[in-house]
Structures are given as C-alpha cells and as structure tokens.
Design a binder for this molecule. Sequence first.
Ligand SMILES: O=c1ccn([C@@H]2O[C@H](COP(=O)(O)OP(=O)(O)O[C@H]3O[C@H](CO)[C@H](O)[C@H](O)[C@H]3O)[C@@H](O)[C@H]2O)c(=O)[nH]1
Length: 624
Amino acid sequence: MESSTVEKLSDLSIGSDDWAASAPNLRKNLQILSPEQIELAKMLLCEGQSHLFSHWPEPGVDDRSKLSFFEQVSRLNASYPGGLVSYIKNARSLLADSKAGKNPFDGFTPSVPSGEVLTFGDDNFMMLEEEGIREAQNAAFVLVAGGLGERLGYKGIKLALPSEITTGTCFLQHYVESILALQEASCKLSPGKCDAQIPLVIMTSDDTHAPTLQLLESHSYFGMKTDQVKLLKQEKVACLADNDARLALDPNDKYKIQTKPHGHGDVHALLHSSGVLNQWKNSGVKWVLFFQDTNGLLFKAIPASLGVSSIKGYHVNSLSVPRKAKEAIGGITKLTHADGRTMVINVEYNQLDPLLRATGHADGDVNCETGYSPFPGNINQLILELGQYIEELNKTKGAIAEFVNPKYKDSTKTSFKSSTRLECMMQDYPKTLPSSARVGFTVMDAWLAYAPVKNNPEDAAKVPKGNPYHSATSGEMAIYRANSLILRKAGVQIADPVVDVFNGQEVEVWPRIMWKPKWALIFSDVRKKVLTGCSVSQRSTMVISGQNVFLDGLSLDGTIVINAISGAEVKLTGSVQNKGWILKHIDYKDSSFPEEMRIRGFIIDKVEQLVMNYTEPGKFCIGS
Ligand SMILES: O=c1ccn([C@@H]2O[C@H](COP(=O)(O)OP(=O)(O)O[C@H]3O[C@H](CO)[C@H](O)[C@H](O)[C@H]3O)[C@@H](O)[C@H]2O)c(=O)[nH]1
C-alpha cells in the first residue's frame, strides 16, 4: 500500500473518526471501506441515518454484505438529481407538510380550462391529421414502461400483452409498427429524399428491463433498426421509515436499503442525463411524444394532436378525453393562485375531489349536466417542443415536483403502517415552466383515443356502471368499436354491436375489424381505401395487413384475412360468407387457459375463414 493511502486511511479510521461517534458499529468497520465509501458514510450520518449501521458486527463478519450496502448507497446517490442528501431533505419537507395536512394546492382555485376540442372526421380534424403526418418525421417517441401494473395483476410485462387477440399483436409491436408507418407516411410527403428514422426511447425499470429487451430481441425489434430504439432504465428510490426521513432497511436483508419505484416522472431526468435530447436536437427532432404502456387506441389520436402542437406552437400539449367523475385519470385543471399566478396542469385523480371540496364545490368530483366531469381527463400523452424542453431541463436537470403518500398508523401521524417513498409524475413537468410557456391541451373522444388496460377482472367488474372498466376486456372491445366507427364514418354499413358480459363486465361487441397501421394512419387514408357499397355483419372479422387493399362493394358475413405486400393491389368486392370466428366465454379463474386470455374473459374459436396471401406484386380481386 502506498504511504499516502496509509496515511489517509489511518487519518480517517483512527485519528479523526469523531464524525462516526453516533455510529460506533460503523466506526469499527471504517478500515474495510474505500475512501469514496467513507465519504458516503459521512453523508449518511450527517443526514441522521446512523440507525443503518446499528446492527453491524465486528470487521471480518459479513464484510461482503457491508461493501454491497455501500455499492447500493452509491447507486442511489448517483441516480437522484442532487444525490441522497437532496432526497432526504426533500423527503423531510414533504413528510412535514403531509403530517401538517398541508394542501399542495393551497392558495389555488381550480376552474375548467379551455383547450382544443376536436371532432373526429370533420375538416379541421382532417387538416390537423395531415399536418401531424407532415411533422411526424421531426418527432421522437418516449414510452414509459417501468411500471409493473400491480392493479392488472398480470405476471408478464404489459407491453408483451396482446392488445387484441384477433391478430394477437402485442402492445409493443403495435406501437413500433405505428411509428414505422408514421415515418414512412411522413417521408413520402417530403419533397426530395427523406431518410428520417423516428427514434423510440423506452423507459424501463428493474422490474421490466430484461423482459422488454428480450421481447424486442426475440422479434427483431418488430422491424425497427436496433439503433433506433434506446432503453433507459429508471432506478428505484430509497424507502422512508418515519417522519424524520430515516431510510428503511429491507425486511429481508439488513444490508440493503428498501427501495420502491419513484414514478413515471423519472423519465425527464433520465432523458436529460442520457444526453439523448441534444442528439435529437442535432438531428432535427422538434417534438417529443410521451406515451404509456397499454393504450391500443393511442395512435389514432397522435396525428391530429401533433398537428395541434405544430399549428398552435404549443410547448406542451396534453392529450385528454372527456372524463367520468371519479375515473382514475387526472383532471386537466386551470389553477389560479391568490397572487395572480395561473397554470394549466393535471390534478391527479386522488387529489381532484379534495381540492374541489376545499374550494367551495361541496359535492367534489362529480359529473355535470353533460354526464361527464367538467375537467377533461389527462391520458398522459404529452407532446413537448424539444427546444423549450431542453432549455427547461438545463435548469431543473429533469427534477420533477414530488409528493409523498404515507399510510399513517393512526391520527397522530407519527408512524407509518409500512415504509413510504417520494414519487413523481411525468405530467407534472409544466409545474416549473415560466408563464411565457405555451401550455395547451387537446380533447378527443375517448372511443378514439383512450382504452388502457389497467384493472384486473375482479376490480373492473366493481367499477360504477357507466364508468370505463380499463380492463383487458374493455381495452380490446374498444379497438373493435373504434375501427368499426371509423369505417362507418367512411361509408361502410357496419352492423350494430351486441351487448355481452365477459368477466362480469358488460361491453358492446362490434365486428372484429383490424388493420395494420400501414393500411391507414389517418381518416383520409381510410376514405381513399374504402369505396362504395360495403357492409360488414356483427359476427364478422376482417384483418387487413397490406398497404394497398381496397374495399369496393364488399359484403362480409364471416371472416376474411388479407396479407399483401405493398406492391400487391388487392380489391375486396362482392359477397364473402363463411362460418367465421366466434368469441367464446371463459372464466378468469379457469387456469386451463393462459393468463392473457383469462384476463379478457374470452377466446376466439376460429371455425372458418377466407385467408388470402399476396406475396408478388400485381393487381388482384377477391369476391364474387
Ligand atoms: O415508476 C413508474 C411507474 C409507472 N410507469 C409507467 O407509467 C405509465 C403510467 O402508470 P400507471 O398506468 O400506473 O398510471 P396511473 O393509472 O396511476 O395514472 C397515469 O395514467 C392515467 C392515464 O392512463 C392518467 O393520465 C393519470 O393522470 C396518470 O398519472 C405506465 O406506462 C407505467 O409503465 C413507469 O414507467 N415507472
């Protein structure tokens, strides 16, 4: 050992180790720690964390575990803006506010903001869609997928779950194919050569990282270039044992700090620290679109909402849908402070009711005469303008306003039922923006834009009548409904749905109509490909996978599946009739079926179908 190192160590461990007086068991072990670890130990003691070492035995016993404890501390320190010192200080302050019952919206009065309300299929909507397609080549997508989906109770990652079982396409595949279709459509509109590759970042966590990577790798990235996709893993944060923000030890490992997820708000700090935003800026990206793991309808709403951002010049545009009172989505709210400040921001679903009650709305979160809450529902699809986003993150480093939600043992609020932690949400990003920032929102019908898969069958069945179930059943049925309604609007005679009950949830069953994003991204695509005199019966299934497939005088009563390369132009006409595909009820408790089927309450019995595959270029016609 070099003499200078010897001196330094002896200095710390023998001579001047008074700083460790509050943790005698740590003091005895200083000799096994590196200088960096000793610095971390000093920091922990300074922050009142001596209890972490009270059980430490003599040097020589469990030394490996002691070192791995510090490795974890080092990781926790590095992954939080400002390190653990900031985390603990923020925690103390938020815990004190929580104990005092301080309302985070103190001094603010809520009111209903005004935003862009769009109507599917009208001239304005179609103009915005065209604009969105033009801008798509300047977009980058960010998918937050670090959550485990505890409410759904599904064992795998939600991105691997089929969004519908007619084609069995999982959410991630659908998202990637939609982005690739946007890329192609946008480039086609550019004069000259356009070789834009729309980047996709996926935020994962320890819970989801490996399976997400595996899903991508085992499917060749669903057609994306491997360097087009980047995974950023969020770290968990330390749990807090009490109001003094003493860190909690893992009940199963006393050399480990217990950790829990910090929330989707981490995405901003991760994008900032990864350097990816500047790379995007240099390659001409202008818009960053954030989205969540299970919304099979989302890409039907992307083109028009991107069009709104572009035409209005919004720095922040949140996509929203009419919200049913008490629905588990935040409300977009205008908050006006007594001092004159205003902001338009998401008020999370658990905070909206208390905020309204505290500000003179005795009934809290209730529907108005329209049958919906007057506050539009935030679906957490945000479009940020990259230049202003980078400017803001350079100031904040991506730190987002946090909150804490401890479950107290009793009304004295002195101890917790279980450890808690700080959390943050990505939609709180606008909270720190200057008043000059252009923050807006776009409202679209829920049938077109929002059908997440969040609730397990039991909880979904308990949702108040008239409110959306947000289950695998409703998420799938919503896709069929949206596609049916879009074709209806384009002039196809689509039979009315029938009402059925799956896993205790009453849903409308429309014909199972599916198309790949490359067939139609926007309504004008559908109109170009759907000619006159078409009809589809309620029991029918239609799957279109091919760019140049046209419906012209088709009368479908059964199942038709078309797979065609882009060079093949296929016309579907005349009558197609067969026994088709039948939905069969299954019970979610019946473990003879795979979990991803059980959670929706049905399987498809593929009795008879017409399947046509076109692998050569040319013009083809099906139907008699
Ligand atoms: O630490 C986390 C937690 C969640 N997520 C991801 O964030 C997304 C949203 O998570 P949840 O589905 O659990 O979110 P909530 O339902 O609690 O609520 C959020 O989504 C709603 C709409 O779906 C509303 O917009 C609401 O205001 C917003 O907070 C998911 O893709 C999830 O994977 C992470 O990446 N990391």
